[in-house]
Write a protein that binds this ligand. Structure first.
Ligand SMILES: Cc1cc2nc3c(=O)[nH]c(=O)nc-3n(C[C@H](O)[C@H](O)[C@H](O)COP(=O)(O)OP(=O)(O)OC[C@H]3O[C@@H](n4cnc5c(N)ncnc54)[C@H](O)[C@@H]3O)c2cc1C
Ligand code: FES
Length: 261
C-alpha cells in the first residue's frame, strides 16, 4: 500500500491546453515516489474554509519528482485551480486509491484502452507505464473534435489511436463503445484482450456489457463525488457483488463485472 503524504508543494506549470482544459505540474517527490497510474491526489483548491472539500484528480503523468494532472474547469474548485500560477504552493493529499494493478497486466496479451472525455487523464499514465508501447489500441471518445485530448501523446508511445466524436467532427461519428464493438468483432482471439477504461458512467456500463458478451476482463476507473478521499466518510460508496465498496479506498479502479448499478 502507498504511504499517503499531505503537504504544500510547488506548482511547476499550470497551462491552458484546450477550451476549458488545463494541465498542472506539481513538484512532489514524496508523493510520486510510491504513486502508480490510476491513483489520484486530493487537492485543496484554496487555503480557506471555502471550498471546504478537496477535489480528486487522477495522475495524468508520473515523472521522477513531479506529477501532472489534466483537468476540466467546471465549477468553483477547478476555477480556482485554473488561476494558480507557476511558483504557487498547493496543498496535496496522496497518492490515494488502488490504481491499476500493473503486476497483473500480461504484456504478451492485447490490451485495449478506452477513454471517454476526461477519461484520457489516468489512461495516459497507464500507457506511459508500458502498456502503450505495445502498439495497443487506444480508443478516444469525445463530443467534438475540440474535446479530443492527448491523441498525440498516445501516438508518440506507439499506440494505435482511434477517435470517435458524437458530431463526427473527427474520426468515427458515434460512440466510442461502437468503435470498441467493431474492434472486438474484427479481432481474432479477442478473448485474449483486456480492457482498461475511464469515462462517463453510461460508457462504462456499455463496456461492461460488451466485455461480458465477448468474455473478456474489463477494468474501469470510476468517478464518484468525494469528501474525505481516504475511506472515512462513506460519501463515495458504491454497490458491488461483494457488498458496498468505497471508490476512494477500494477503487477508483474496479473490475467492471463486479459493479452493480
Ligand atoms: C478518482 C477521481 C479522479 C478524477 N480525476 C479527474 C481528472 O483527472 N481530471 C478532471 O478534470 N476531473 C477529474 N475528476 C473529477 C473532478 O474531481 C471534478 O471535476 C472536480 O471535483 C470538480 O470540482 P469543481 O469544484 O470545479 O466542481 P463543482 O461542481 O463545483 O464541485 C464538484 C465537487 O465538489 C464536491 N461538492 C460540491 N458540493 C458538494 C456538496 N454539497 N456535498 C458534497 N460534495 C460536494 C463534490 O466532491 C464534487 O465532486 C476525478 C474524480 C474522481 C473521483
Ligand atoms: S470520500 Fe470519504 S469514504 Fe470515500
Amino acid at each position: 500500500m502507498s504511504k499517503i503524504v499531505q503537504g504544500n508543494f510547488q506548482i511547476l506549470a499550470n497551462k491552458k491546453v484546450g477550451v476549458d482544459y488545463f494541465k498542472m505540474e506539481v513538484g512532489a517527490p514524496s508523493v510520486v515516489k510510491q504513486a502508480r497510474p490510476g491513483q489520484f491526489v486530493h487537492v485543496r483548491c484554496r487555503n480557506s474554509i471555502e471550498p471546504l472539500l478537496r477535489r480528486p484528480f487522477s495522475f495524468h503523468r508520473l515523472k521522477r519528482s513531479s506529477f501532472e494532472i489534466l483537468y476540466k474547469v467546471i465549477g468553483q474548485g477547478t476555477n480556482l485551480l485554473a488561476k494558480k500560477r507557476k511558483g504557487d504552493k498547493i496543498d496535496i493529499l496522496g497518492p490515494l486509491g488502488n490504481g491499476f494493478q500493473l503486476s497483473s497486466i500480461n504484456y504478451q496479451l492485447s490490451t485495449i484502452l478506452v477513454a471517454g472525455g476526461m477519461g484520457v487523464a489516468p489512461l495516459l499514465a497507464l500507457a506511459e507505464a508500458g502498456v502503450g508501447k505495445r502498439s495497443c489500441p487506444v480508443l478516444i471518445g469525445a463530443r467534438t473534435k475540440r474535446e479530443v485530448l492527448c491523441a498525440k501523446d498516445f501516438k508518440k508511445l506507439g499506440a494505435k489511436v482511434r477517435i470517435a466524436t458524437d458530431d463526427g467532427s473527427l474520426g468515427y461519428r458515434g460512440l466510442v463503445t461502437d468503435l470498441l464493438k467493431k474492434l472486438l468483432l474484427s479481432t481474432k482471439n479477442c478473448q485474449l484482450s483486456t480492457i482498461y477504461a475511464c469515462g462517463p458512467k453510461p460508457m462504462l456500463q456499455e463496456i461492461t456489457r460488451l466485455a461480458k458478451n465477448f468474455r473478456i476482463p474489463a477494468y474501469g476507473s470510476l468517478e464518484e463525488n468525494m469528501a474525505c478521499g481516504v475511506g472515512a466518510c462513506l460519501g463515495c460508496a458504491i454497490k458491488t457483488k461483494q457488498g458496498y465498496k468505497q471508490v476512494c479506498k477500494d477503487g477508483p479502479v474496479f473490475n467492471l463485472q463486479e459493479i452493480q448499478c
